[in-house]
Design a protein around this ligand. Structure first.
Ligand code: NAD
Length: 489
């Protein structure tokens, strides 16, 4: 069955393009999928435009749109095992992590289903004039291009698809060319849930050919993008000539600040999880460990000991706790960052190599790596390597910790570990990031906004603002008894 979904029809690429999808855990062929070219992208945009301008979805009752999202949540739960397996084959991620993701994805649809059905934030404005009916209503933005990355393929997609549909938009989705399968499966569920043809469209393919035209086409009203900083800059520039609404969820180089009074056991445990979960391929990863001077020796000693013991393996290896990188090219990039860090004076405490286990030879694995004695000027500290690489810097006091934490172009997440409640609050309020955890790392909930400050992007996903992102506020003023004003009399 072909994999492009355009105007309610499954179709192959017009020019016959295909791509092989390979499992990062062993390089095996998962499947060959259709790869969209310019004609397919144009057709998908046309279908979404038509469904927005003439179809029933944008003006359907919010209660119906909410009900559809709730049906999708139930269908995702029904098909959870198949979705998790497909996600693990595409990403190499441990099956259990894909299963957690599927729970979060169903919850995301359920949250936006309920939020949409609750009627939204339209309001009557008190103008002080009884002869006027003034109200602010919220309408869909229009045709949305949704462009997503490979690290949490369906999760990042759900954060866009659910609110975009809840608000009444139509869309063209372009998932990462490396991990397309769960997006294909989601389109089938949306159709099964009763979404009208043309509202949801799917193009698979590479960024420059299938993604770039979406940011340029004048028929697209909004681009919501999650991915790397460089791509985000390109998309913003490409969207400028047609003044599209743009929402960008970009990278992070997130500080994990550990004060000497932190709960040692918990802080070490979470510091490992913060960076080595999914081999560091997490936008919110705690990639920069900032440790207070007096704790540095004991803390890094224990951390390195445990990092060396992390079991590595493929998605279906039940003993594994972390897996491969997404591709050979990505592993090359991570290796180059580590080499640059060492050349700039960082000290290798563990990792820094591929595993020598012959069973892992065909996958794109890289050992959990800790680089000590790092300084803010090093490229491995400044740039997002997006791999299992932790850099360690030291600080003397609170002021220096905050200064180091903020010494980055990014501002996605951060964490502070301390048993001093007031200090935790002070530091959390001074770290310039969209999410800050105190004595924790990585949790998020669909009810709370997610997004970046600085060059981690703008716009918010999840929470009420995640729905508002896909809406336009419109003021409608009705004069109940117009009489001539004689302005020019
Ligand atoms: P990427 O920027 O390489 O690609 C992301 C998507 O953009 C893919 O679908 C790709 O095909 C597409 N694309 C590439 N060039 C394009 C172009 N010129 N025009 C339009 N689309 C284009 O990112 P990636 O390597 O897939 O993902 C990793 C990045 O995503 C990391 O930087 C990570 O921090 C970021 N990320 C951020 C968040 C967040 O919430 N802020 C979440 C997950 C991932």
């Amino acid at each position: 069955m072909p994999e492009l979904f355009i105007g309610g029809t499954w179709t192959a690429a017009a020019d016959g393009g295909v791509r092989e999808i390979r499992c990062p855990a062993d390089g095996s062929l998962v499947a060959t999928v259709d790869e969209a070219g310019p004609k397919d992208v144009a057709a998908a945009i046309a279908a979404a435009r038509d469904a927005f301008d003439s179809g029933p979805w944008p003006t359907s009752p919010a209660s119906e749109r909410g009900a559809l999202l709730l049906r999708v949540a139930a269908l995702l739960e029904r098909d959870k095992d198949a979705f998790a397996r497909a996600e693990s084959l595409d990403t190499g991620k441990r099956l259990v992590e894909s299963e957690y993701d599927m729970d979060d994805i169903a919850n995301c649809f359920r949250y936006f289903g309920n939020l949409t059905a609750s009627g939204g934030s339209d309001r009557i404005v008190d103008t002080g004039d009884t002869g006027v009916d003034s109200r602010v209503v919220h309408e869909p933005v229009g045709v949305c291009a949704l462009i997503t990355p490979w690290n949490y393929p369906l999760l990042q997609t759900a954060w866009k698809v659910a609110p975009a549909l809840g608000a009444g938009n139509t869309f063209v989705l372009k998932p990462s060319e490396l991990t397309p399968h769960t997006a294909v499966m989601l389109m089938k569920l949306l159709a099964e849930a009763g979404l009208p043809d043309g509202v949801a469209n799917l193009v698979l393919g590479a960024g420059p050919t299938a993604g770039a035209p979406l940011s340029e086409d004048p028929r697209v009203d909004m681009v919501s993008f999650t991915g790397g900083l460089v791509t985000g800059r390109r998309i913003m520039a490409a969207a400028a000539p047609t003044v599209k609404k743009v929402a960008l969820e970009l990278g992070g180089k997130n500080p994990n600040i550990v004060f000497a009074d932190a709960d040692f056991e918990a802080a070490v445990d979470y510091a490992l999880m913060a960076i080595f979960l999914h081999s560091g391929q997490v936008c919110s990863a705690g990639a920069r460990l900032l440790v207070q001077d007096e704790l540095h020796g004991a803390f890094t000693g224990e951390l390195v000991k445990r990092a060396r013991e992390i079991p590595i393996g493929g998605p279906f290896d039940e003993n594994a706790r972390t897996g491969p990188l997404i591709s050979a090219a990505h592993r090359d990039k991570v290796e180059a960052y580590v080499a640059a860090g060492l050349a700039e004076g960082a000290v290798l405490r563990c990792g820094g190599a591929r595993p020598d286990d012959p069973a892992l030879r065909d996958g794109f694995y890289y050992l959990p790596t800790v680089l000590d004695d790092c300084t803010p000027d090093m490229s491995v500290v400044r740039d997002e390597s997006f791999g299992p690489v932790l850099t360690v810097e030291r600080f003397r006091d609170e002021a220096e910790a905050v200064a180091l934490a903020n010494d980055t172009v990014y501002g996605l997440t951060g964490a502070v570990w301390t048993q001093d409640v007031a200090r935790g609050q002070r530091v959390a309020s001074r770290v310039r990031a969209g999410t800050v955890w105190i004595n924790d790392f990585h949790p998020y909930v669909p009810q709370a906004e997610w997004g970046g400050m600085k060059q981690s992007g703008f716009g918010r996903e999840l929470g009420p603002a995640g729905l508002a992102e896909y809406q336009e506020a419109k003021h409608i003023w009705r004069n109940l008894a117009p009489t001539p004003q004689r302005w020019f009399a």
